[in-house]
Design a protein around this ligand. Sequence first.
Ligand code: AMP
Ligand code: MG
Length: 339
Amino acid sequence: MKTQLIKINSSNKNKVLSIAADLIKKGDVVAFPTETVYGLGANALDENAVKKIFVAKGRPNDNPLIVHISNINQLNELVEFVPKKAEILIKKYWPGPLTIVMKKSFKIPMCITGGLNTVAIRMPSDNNALELIKKSGCPIAAPSANSSTKPSPTMAKHVMNDLNGKIPLIIDGGKCKVGLESTVIGLSNDKAILFRPGKITKEEIGRLIGKVDLPCEQSKIPSSPGMKYKHYSPKAKITLVEAKINTNKKGTDFLNVVKKFSLNESNDLIGIISFTKRVGFENEFFFNKSVNLYAKNLFFVLREFDKRGLKKIIVEGVNDNGFGLALMNRLRKASSKII
Ligand code: AMP
Ligand code: MG
């Protein structure tokens, strides 16, 4: 299959989104930008179309997909009911990078939920994504548009690298603003569970709806299936140095760790992601204490280091608070060693 990559701009927008919507309508898949990462979308109510997503990504069948909507009226037919806490969050954060898990209605095919009786739903704020959903006339199931286990794509060229020849169309809308996947909050039960941290933080959600648990604090409730899979992994081995504030450990100064780990290795084969102070290596990205910038560029940097053929990556962690929790969640999952 030939994969078309089309740059979208204000003058061709209508035409490009119509081409994409036609593909969705006829049961095909399309990669499109959202504010979080690029998504690989198909008609959520068409089982055969949804199966194409799993095939293209090589995604395990029990890892459920997020259903994207463009209008709040679409929600009622997709869930059994909308819990009060969900209503509060929707009012504040939709459209935006917050996914809410609720009890599914009979309309949602089982292949979307990986056999669960709940469904994850989000209304993205990216204008092209919203328009595409509107034009397609259906809710769009869309996981991130990467090959399974690769870092999520934050630029159209990342999608091309992973899925060239496997999907008909990639819409290039530039670099994603947030850069990490949406926050996923479970509300299908009395308790609110943070299945995946993201841009909308645990603290913000807690202020609006009360206590938010982490999945590990719950024993009886099944956790989010996606959490068990290895994610975000580039080819190079990543060593993560936790921020001191998270571990209370002494002697784990980032510069010292870099010195120790680079002793027997040529420095030009080592990638560094620094946060508080520049180390001075050739392959280094420095984010100068900006969690937003770090998050926005993390997946790009991991892919860039792979492209450069680096053997080792050493990254400086951040405080687990706020959006930092999401960044650390992705970094910990991507790392083979944590110090
Ligand atoms: P992706 O869109 O590829 O970033 O993955 C979707 C994420 O949402 C995965 O981590 C899933 O486990 C999670 N998810 C989707 N549906 C559900 C659900 N019904 N219950 C819990 N987590 C879900
Ligand atoms: Mg994903």
